[in-house]
Design a protein around this ligand. Structure first.
Ligand code: SF4
Length: 252
């Protein structure tokens, strides 16, 4: 059992003073962005955003470490799992395995709008022609809709994952939502240690070399000598699906 109590005393002391008080984004960042991992999660889940915070998880190769922290702090936290309809079967299996193993009681499977798929991608080939629009309708729009019920969401992004993430802050605010990145500063070694220490299950595709796993049409093995996400949209300049950045295309 991961004991966070000792570590979170400081965070509790600070946050108990402001329970249920409206805070500006600047206040939240100033008061909490120096925390990380379990301490940050505990303060934000229980004191700052009770009932108004969710986790987004791809159930990819490193997802278990963040989900393990959540399971020790608040296993009933909503977990938003985006099933684009293009996932590897092993990812869907891993979601079921981890959910059971960690006792996560509120995993919500988010899917694209069937009317959008019928209108824009009826034969599931949009990924071959326009990956930005495909990601927009299969990932960004469903996630935006799922997040309507929350003020904040927690991600498992790390700074070591590539150039687009190397300056990732612990807490972001985009005008609508807070985005919390509690393991942004964790290293690959720290993640390996967590897997070993808590005997966390592994994604089946990790054993054949995948380091970052998204939809099957857009995921390859990582390129030699490049970062862990280099197998994602490997033949394109695209590096992110868009759920973490503004949409620049036409309205759907
Ligand atoms: S990752 Fe590929 S298949 Fe998945 S939504 Fe984006 S473009 Fe479509």
């Amino acid at each position: 059992m991961y004991n966070v109590q000792m570590k979170i005393d400081t965070a509790h002391t600070q946050s108990q003073q402001i329970v249920n008080s409206p805070l500006s984004a600047e206040d939240v960042i100033n008061r909490y962005a120096h925390l990380e991992g379990a301490e940050l999660l505990d303060a934000l889940i229980h004191e700052v955003f009770p009932g108004r915070i969710a986790v987004s998880s791809s159930f990819g190769t490193e997802s278990a470490v963040l989900l393990h922290l959540i399971s020790q702090i608040a296993p009933d936290t909503p977990i938003l799992f985006l099933n684009t309809g293009m996932l590897f079967a092993q990812t869907e299996q891993y979601q079921r395995t981890l959910q059971k193993h960690l006792g996560l009681s509120d995993v919500r499977i988010i899917r694209p709008d069937p009317d959008h798929l019928k209108a824009y991608d009826p034969d599931d080939t949009l990924n071959k022609r326009d990956t930005d629009t495909c990601c927009h309708l299969r990932k960004v729009l469903p996630m935006q809709q799922a997040l309507d019920s929350f003020d904040a969401w927690i991600t498992g992004r790390k700074r070591f994952q590539g150039a687009s993430r190397n300056a990732l802050p612990m807490i972001e605010h985009d005008g609508n939502h807070y985005k919390i990145n509690p393991i942004a500063n964790w290293s690959p070694e720290k993640i390996k240690t967590e897997f070993k220490k808590y005997k966390l299950p592994r994604h089946l595709l990790e054993s054949v070399g995948y380091t970052s796993i998204g939809c099957f049409p857009c995921t390859r093995l990582p390129l030699s000598g490049q970062d862990s996400r280099s197998g994602r949209w490997a033949d394109q300049e695209k590096t992110e699906c868009g759920i973490h950045s503004p949409w620049a295309g036409d309205s759907i």
